[in-house]
Design a protein around this ligand. Structure first.
Ligand code: ATP
Ligand code: MG
Length: 274
């Protein structure tokens, strides 16, 4: 795909026979400006829809539904759902900004990922029950990583929540743990792997690289119906960047998807890291 580049050139005549040319590559700067503008446009659009619904119902309640008790109850219920959507969106936006600001400040704590995963799954169990989905967590002893417990909880809640939302009703969500050797000695204790697998419809191949973009949704209507804002995986990506971790997405349309997180393990040997 062709990429547009932006340059700025300054040409100055010197006293001697030379001409001074200074060229600045503005491509990255322009791209960041475009991304910011897109982000603001998307965020405003996402807020505008529920706001329009709430404003519309306020007018209706002041007008012809004024003395209609049952209609009033129904409209208040919708307004409450829409207000909840706005609240979630604002919370997610703030959370994303906070994580981004902190991204270059690596976490220092030690966290047992297996227990984070079990806690995240327990919180989501009622949602899984509604869809008759059973969450199967493979047995695992402690798996220590360097990280921030709250942020890692957010990662696994987002992934398990997605696996429930986009999984097969009546099916299974399976969580597995593993370890991978460090690619080089420098990387110390190797990687801890956690995969979250569902039996849902899967994700079209061309959509996979875009899933972690803010507001990107394969099926906007379906995501909205389930209260989604399209920010969950963007938050996951930024938290993993901060943790020097990675997210790998595999999917077979019609069969399901697997999201695998890898995180640097806590070094257990006394070997100094070089
Ligand atoms: N397990 C999955 N199976 C199929 N599609 C998925 C899965 N996880 C994510 N997706 C797709 O990726 C999109 C982006 O996911 P993301 O978690 O960022 O947003 P969301 O779930 O729509 O909303 P939010 O997480 O903010 O509530 C989803 O809308 C969905 O289309
Ligand atoms: Mg999500």
């Amino acid at each position: 795909m062709p990429v547009q580049h932006h340059y700025e050139a300054y040409i100055t005549r010197t006293n001697g026979p030379l001409v001074l040319v200074r060229i600045r590559d503005l491509t990255e700067l322009r791209r960041a400006e475009e991304l910011r503008a897109d982000f603001v446009a998307n965020a405003s659009h996402e807020l505008r829809t529920p706001l329009a619904a709430v404003t519309g119902f306020i007018d209706t309640l002041r007008g012809h539904a004024k003395d209609d008790g049952p209609a009033r109850e129904r409209f208040l219920e919708i307004m409450s759902v829409e207000a909840g959507r706005m609240r979630r969106l604002i919370e997610d936006l703030l959370s994303l900004t906070r994580i981004e600001l902190n991204e270059h400040n690596p976490p220092a704590g030690e966290v047992d990922v297996a227990s984070v995963v079990r806690d995240a799954a327990a919180v989501l169990a009622p949602l899984a029950d509604e869809d008759r989905i059973s969450i199967q967590i493979d047995p695992c002893e402690s798996l220590k990583v360097v990280g921030d417990r709250d942020e890692l909880t957010q990662v696994f809640q987002n992934l398990i929540h997605n696996a429930i939302k986009y999984g097969r009703s009546g099916g299974e969500v399976r969580i597995r743990f593993g370890r991978a050797e460090a690619p080089s000695k420098r990387e110390g204790g190797g990687q801890v792997l956690v995969s979250v697998q569902d039996e849902g419809e899967g994700i079209p191949r061309e959509a996979i690289p875009r899933l972690t973009e803010r507001f990107y949704r394969v099926d906007v209507k379906r995501s909205r119906e389930r209260g989604g804002t399209g920010l969950g995986l963007a938050i996951v990506k930024h938290i993993l960047n901060r943790h020097k971790g990675r997210l790998q997405i595999e999917s077979v349309p019609g069969e399901g998807s697997t999201f695998t997180v890898s995180l640097p393990a806590v070094q257990t040997t006394a070997e100094p890291s070089v």
